[in-house]
Design a binder for this molecule. Structure first.
Ligand SMILES: Nc1ncnc2c1ncn2[C@@H]1O[C@H](COP(=O)(O)OP(=O)(O)OP(=O)(O)O)[C@@H](O)[C@H]1O
Length: 213
């Protein structure tokens, strides 16, 4: 499977749709607007941080299992990014070190490959969409999910800034599968059809180099 990665508002969902369409495969989305824990988490991160992670972990593993049938199926978010978000939350005092350690050990245990399994759980390719902090703020505002807005909670500014900064290092350290990065500032694949074609061509070249296409 191919997984998309990137910060809030990077365009993972949009690129998932375009890429699956282009490859003629199935797209798997995590519905954000139907997530019952997310608004609770934004209201009280300390109380709901751990529950939210377990909710996501469960959903993302389900997606991985559901998408096994084709190596080119596309998932709108990687399971590995959640750990980055949770660590940030732990560092901001919204989760304890014990919760963070237990989460990491559970993730590791769930993702461990078994000797004779027919399909690997790790993705075949991870595509990171990189955007600047400025673009991230603009996208969050434009999309307008109420609980994500800075007007409602100015302390989110620091959260978003740190999150954006940590993504670059996360991408550099990521070694669960082959990977590539898309410049989401330069290529506005949502609004600009030419940029969209260029991004899909970049991904095609990578898939070809991996023997997946
Ligand atoms: N592991 C996590 N811990 C805390 N919050 C999370 C986690 N994963 C997602 N979220 C929250 O869920 C919401 C949706 O984030 P996500 O990046 O998955 O989708 P998105 O913003 O719609 O992405 P895109 O615009 O790239 O499609 C955001 O408010 C984000 O902060």
């Amino acid at each position: 499977m191919i997984v998309l990665a990137g910060t809030i508002g990077a365009g993972k969902t949009s690129l998932t749709k375009r890429l699956a369409n282009h490859l003629g495969t199935k797209a798997f989305y995590e519905s954000v607007d139907d997530n019952p824990i997310l608004p609770l988490f934004y209201k009280d991160p300390q109380k709901y941080g751990f529950l939210l992670q377990i909710y996501f972990l469960n959903r993302r593993l389900q997606e991985i299992k559901d998408s096994f049938s084709n190596d080119l199926n596309v998932l709108d978010r990687s399971i590995f990014e959640d750990s980055l978000l949770f660590k940030l939350n732990a560092d901001m005092g919204r989760a304890t070190e014990t919760e963070s350690d237990i989460y990491d050990s559970l993730l590791h245990n769930m993702m461990e490959e078994l000797p004779d399994q027919r399909h690997q759980k790790a993705p075949n390719l991870m595509i990171h969409i990189q955007i600047s902090f400025d673009t991230m703020l603009k996208r969050i505002k434009k999309r307008g999910r109420p609980y994500e807005q800075l007007d409602a909670d100015p302390s989110l500014y620091d959260y978003y800034k740190q999150l954006n900064e940590r993504y670059q290092k996360w991408y550099e350290d990521y070694d669960e599968s082959p990977k590539m990065s898309i410049n989401g500032d330069r290529y506005d694949f949502v609004e600009d059809p030419q940029a969209s074609r260029e991004v899909l061509a970049q991904i095609d070249r990578k898939l070809e180099s991996l023997g997946l296409k």
